[in-house]
Design a protein around this ligand. Structure first.
Ligand code: ISE
Length: 340
């Protein structure tokens, strides 16, 4: 059985997803790449020797020869395209964010719950990243004791023009919110947010968020989208009797001429290449087997990230701690996680 996949959006992520589906995922065929720009769709398809291209996303999702859809078009299109796929009961892998607002995420969660089976996976690919997987295994083994704190660092080389601290919270930080919930198996209940006064360079200052969980842990998030030196994601999970961490750079360091150097990637794709590949494989496997992958992010997880991000922006503008208020979790997702 081969799943015929349509990739909607041929930007950075769509092109990457198209390549992963075409080259790295057994059981899947890249049926069509769709983008409003025909030349972008053609370039993405050509890059992986595929031929099918299209420019109308809605019509592409409705095609009889499309079994499943990856949505990697601009953020503002995610909600409507996901709802179209749901209407047809076609499985979706939607890049984050699931929708621009928590309200729209909830509409998607409700539409999926009404169908009664999970059809949506959200592209929080870090859950499949080998470093985070190992961290979760270390926690589960009991070696570091009960989790107490998490420190998360998220640094990009340069923010796109017009990017603000608020956008860092809604666009970049959701990866951190999701991995905190996933790692600790627990909901985030409150957020406080800060921007350093000292960094006067441009509109996109670093942002520090302090999140609190239902089990009383503290998880810190630093998002610095103008870190300049490289793409750098670090994480430390502190337990009652030990800690587990990973960070920075690529896997090799070079020692030569009386010094050592570590190489950083320019953006997230090399750092998370394995995560994207494993995520997409898990998605296709869940479609062929009919069994949702237990670690994949669901529509509910996409909704939670959006609610936490909204609380984060409110916390930053008000200078106060903001509580995270979630809707009732649908029974469809009741079995995923303990509190989460
Ligand atoms: C970007 O928007 C992403 O989604 C990437 O996955 C993330 O690593 C990056 O820092 C974000 O800015």
């Amino acid at each position: 059985m081969t799943i015929r996949v349509a990739v909607i959006g041929a930007g950075i992520m769509g092109t990457d997803h198209a390549r992963v589906i075409a080259e790295d995922v057994p059981g899947a065929t890249l049926q069509v790449v769709c983008d409003v720009s025909e030349s972008a769709a053609r370039a993405a398809a050509n890059a992986c020797s595929a031929t099918g291209i299209a420019t109308d996303a809605d019509a592409t999702i409705r095609r009889a020869d499309v079994d499943a859809v990856i949505i990697a078009s601009p953020d503002g299109t995610h909600a409507d395209l996901t709802l179209t796929a749901l209407e047809l009961e076609k499985p979706v892998l939607c890049e984050k964010p699931l929708a621009l607002t928590a309200g729209d995420c909830l509409r998607i969660v409700s539409a999926e719950a009404a169908i009664g089976r999970p059809l949506i996976q959200v592209g929080f690919m870090r859950r499949f990243d080998p470093a985070y997987v190992e961290m979760k295994q270390a926690l589960a083994s009991g070696r570091i004791g009960a989790p107490v704190m998490m420190h998360n660092f998220h640094r990009n080389v340069e923010a796109p023009s017009g990017f603000t601290g608020m956008m860092a919270i809604t666009n970049s930080a959701p990866h951190e919110f999701d991995i905190i919930r996933h790692m600790l198996d627990c909901e985030i209940t409150a957020v406080t947010a800060f921007e350093p006064k000292a960094d006067a360079e441009g509109p996109c200052k670093p942002v520090v968020l302090v999140t609190e969980t239902a089990d009383g842990q503290i998880a810190m998030v630093e998002v610095n989208n103008n870190a300049a030196y490289g793409y750098d994601v670090r994480c430390e999970l502190v337990g009652a009797s030990g800690s587990v961490s990973f960070g920075g750079a690529t896997s090799v360091s070079v020692d030569a001429e009386l010094s050592g150097t570590r190489a950083y990637a320019a953006d997230w794709r090399p750092r998370f290449a394995d995560a994207y590949r494993l995520q997409n494989k898990a998605w296709i496997r869940s479609i062929t087997t009919g069994a949702p992958n237990p670690i994949a992010a669901t529509a509910w997880d996409g909704y939670c990230a959006a609610v936490i991000a909204a609380a984060g922006t409110e916390a930053l503008s008000s200078g106060t701690k903001v509580r995270v208020e979630l809707a009732d979790k649908p029974a469809l997702h009741a079995e995923t996680g303990r509190n989460v």
